[in-house]
Design a protein around this ligand. Structure first.
Ligand code: IMP
Length: 181
């Protein structure tokens, strides 16, 4: 079984491809940027994006959207993670968190799958905390400030992919596809 993954991010594609192999699913890459409608709910945004793309693609595909949610900031940056990373970055988040004791945070990944008729969503979450400073040189995005079991994602390298929100969402999704056969 093969399925199209629409993303402009090669790292995301590679991770999905390698997990798909475990499930006997061939993930094909459609490298494309697409419009993301604004909103306060990651699942709604992913679903809407997939519905808009479906008008153009017309065959089964999936997309993936993720965000970082910080408890002390009431879930910020959440659905605005990409914009916040581009504007204030990790330094900005650390500044906002200066002197804040509750450092709990989680990453959420939502996969929206267009099955040819309708859009289904699958979620994956990983809980951790915001580190006091940036650590590690691997990974991307908020990886240097997201701590999981004592190490930041940027210190974990490949091990991150065993526990990541994206990994968990992909496993849900591929499990679903496999059960269809
Ligand atoms: P996207 O819109 O799904 O590509 O992700 C939104 C933003 O969240 C990106 O700009 C990244 O900065 C951040 N992000 C998503 N997943 C991760 C991750 O696994 N590690 C670190 N940052 C991430």
């Amino acid at each position: 079984m093969r399925v199209l993954f629409v993303t402009s991010n090669e790292g995301k594609f590679k991770e999905a491809k390698s997990i798909g192999e475990k499930y006997g699913i061939e993930v094909e890459w459609l490298k494309e940027e697409y419009l993301e409608p604004q909103g306060n709910d990651l699942e709604e945004i992913a679903k809407k994006s997939a519905e808009l793309l479906a008008e153009k693609i017309r065959e089964p595909f999936f997309i993936e959207d993720s965000g970082l949610f910080i408890e002390a900031l009431n879930g910020f940056p959440g659905p605005y993670s990409s914009f916040v990373f581009k504007t204030i970055g990790n330094e900005g988040i650390l500044k906002l968190m200066e002197g804040v004791e509750n450092r709990k945070a989680y990453f959420l990944a939502v996969i929206a799958f267009f099955d040819g008729k309708k859009v289904l969503t699958f979620k994956g979450k990983v809980e951790g905390r915001i580190a006091e400073e940036m650590r590690g040189d691997k990974g991307f995005g908020f990886d240097p400030i997201f701590e999981y079991s004592g190490r930041t994602f940027a210190e974990m390298g490949e091990e991150k992919n065993e526990v990541s929100h994206r990994r968990r969402a992909l496993e849900e999704f591929f499990g679903y596809l496999k059960a269809l056969r």
